[in-house]
Design a protein around this ligand. Structure first.
Ligand SMILES: CC(C)(COP(=O)(O)OP(=O)(O)OC[C@H]1O[C@@H](n2cnc3c(N)ncnc32)[C@H](O)[C@@H]1OP(=O)(O)O)[C@@H](O)C(=O)NCCC(=O)NCCS
Length: 197
């Protein structure tokens, strides 16, 4: 696998997905500072300084050159130019051609299918541009909105690991979801009619 260096923005129906820029800090702070957003993410509630540091770490996360790296893209609502969240794709292994996805969205923009739209774009570039064979997602079993998103985009629940993670001062149960390239190509990830609102 040769890595991934997409041409930006990646466009979906309503979104432009692109690497972060210095000017994104206010939009990022608007959701990185919210307890309900970070409840099940690996990061804590962030103040402005911590958000600036997080942004700094994202500035060069727009391409994948070796396994172990995360592609981290700002989710920009095309209509307003606001950064409303972020979406991630990890190139986990070259030998296994495996990857992982992640996402977070400002609560003011949830409930509209926007996170699913961004996550599908990550599956597309993961399978069709990077050349992955299998993409997974790991989610706390209490994070209903997240595992429902994964099912909405066609991923299958493969495992339920009990007390598998020491997470934010307690043991957490994780679901592992996965999708194979063959399933993606067979259209498993097409939105169901019932998802179209
Ligand atoms: C996980 C998260 C991104 C899900 O966001 P979301 O907006 O619920 O997800 P989707 O984009 O799939 O939107 C689905 C909702 O939009 C509705 N919807 C409206 N129009 C839609 C459309 N065109 N397509 C799909 N869904 C649509 C669906 O009915 C659904 O609503 P419901 O939850 O009331 O049933 C969000 O809860 C979040 O950011 N959480 C905090 C961060 C986090 O936990 N990240 C994951 C760590 S593993």
């Amino acid at each position: 696998m040769a890595g991934l260096s997409p041409t930006y923005p990646l466009q979906t129906e309503r979104l432009d997905l692109r690497p972060h820029r210095h000017g994104d800090v206010d939009d990022m702070l608007a959701f990185h500072s919210l307890p309900e957003v970070v409840r099940y993410t690996p990061w804590p509630v962030r103040d402005r300084k911590q958000t600036e540091e997080a942004l700094e770490a994202r500035l060069n996360a727009g391409r994948l050159t070796e396994p172990g790296q995360w592609l981290i893209l700002a989710i920009e609502l095309r209509e307003t130019g606001t950064v409303i969240g972020e979406v991630l794709l990890k190139w986990a292994s070259d030998v296994n051609r495996s990857g992982e996805i992640g996402y977070a969205l400002h609560p003011g923009y949830q409930g509209k299918g926007l996170a699913s739209e961004a996550a599908r774009a990550m599956l597309r570039i993961g399978f069709e541009e990077l050349g992955l064979h299998r993409i997974t997602a790991v989610v706390d079993d209490r994070n209903t909105a997240s595992w429902q998103l994964l099912e909405r985009i066609g991923m299958r629940r493969e495992a339920h690991h009990l007390e598998a993670s020491w997470f934010k001062d307690e043991w957490a149960n994780d679901y592992t979801y996965a999708l194979l390239r063959s399933e993606w190509l067979n259209g498993r990830s097409e939105p169901a009619a019932s998802d179209l609102g």
